[in-house]
Design a protein around this ligand. Structure first.
Ligand SMILES: Nc1ncnc2c1ncn2[C@@H]1O[C@H](COP(=O)(O)OP(=O)(O)OP(=O)(O)O)[C@@H](O)[C@H]1O
Ligand SMILES: [Mg+2]
Length: 252
């Protein structure tokens, strides 16, 4: 592990039946860096996120967060360590308000029992939780939706709620799985600005994205995956001109 890295992925490998979804992938995220993970459909990007966050156990390889091996931690313990994520398929609880959904991002910091934990807080804990929820909602300009339910808000707002839920725990490393997917131009612009404002707070970011223009605008470094393998890594300008990358994208 190199000093100054917040995340090191070392030869991570994961197969599903005969498919090598992630095949010996290694790269690092430096502290204070915005790193993008790109690649065509089925490249293994989400599988890699699921390995990092403990939803899948890798067949082999290691993932280190600030030098600590992550495989011994359960997904809900990662929030305490300082890692949080969003999901490619938005995962909000329809029967909870937006405010409560965002508060779920803190469950493992306040109590260990996931969904019901936020309803069993004492007054003081409740006040602290909702102060944090209000703060992050202001930051992402979604305060007006706090008392609504997820099915009453536009799609673009749902994506911001997912990000708010990930940010409310004040992570050191934020993992975003295709945050711009399905957003219109204005929403994409706002997302881009928000990502930079998150980064300005000292949070390191690893984000998955399809749109090359988006990642070129918002990342310091890019890793490209295709068919489970890392095929390129470097500055946006370098990676964009790499023939393997062009080929992987043209072949899509
Ligand atoms: N739980 C699973 N069971 C079986 N196969 C899986 C599972 N998860 C992923 N795969 C397979 O692993 C490969 C990589 O999938 P993954 O979702 O990681 O790709 P991706 O790069 O995130 O693609 P996309 O851009 O479409 O989101 C695909 O072939 C996919 O079908
Ligand atoms: Mg994916």
């Amino acid at each position: 592990m190199e000093k100054g890295n917040i995340l090191d992925i070392d030869r991570a490998t994961k197969s599903f039946g005969g498919i090598k979804a992630v095949d010996g992938v290694s790269f690092s995220v430096k502290k204070g860096q915005i790193k993008a993970l790109v690649g065509p459909n089925g490249a293994g990007k989400t599988t890699l996120f699921n390995i990092i966050t403990g939803l899948y156990r890798a067949d082999s390889g290691d993932v280190l967060f600030e030098g600590k091996k992550l495989f011994s931690y359960k997904p809900h313990e990662l929030v305490k360590l300082g890692i949080s994520r969003t999901f490619q398929n938005i995962q909000l609880v329809d029967t909870l308000t937006v405010k409560e959904n965002i508060a779920l991002g803190l469950h493992s910091k306040v109590k260990s029992n996931p969904i019901y934990a936020i309803f069993r807080l004492n007054r003081k804990q409740e006040k602290e939780v909702f102060e944090k929820v209000n703060k992050v909602s202001k930051f992402l300009k979604i305060e007006e939706y706090l008392n609504k339910f997820p099915n009453q808000v536009p799609f673009g707002i749902k994506r911001l709620i997912e990000i708010a839920r990930a940010l409310v725990s004040e992570p050191d490393l934020l993992l975003l799985d295709e945050p711009a997917a399905g957003l219109n131009e204005d929403e994409t612009e706002f997302l881009l600005k928000s990502i930079f404002r998150v980064w300005e707070q000292g949070i390191s970011i690893l984000l998955i994205e399809h749109d090359m223009e988006f990642v070129t605008n918002c990342s310091h470094s890019i890793v490209v995956m295709d068919s489970g393998k890392k095929i390129a890594e470097g500055l946006p300008s370098e990676v964009m001109n790499d023939y393997r990358v062009v080929k992987a994208y043209m072949g899509e």
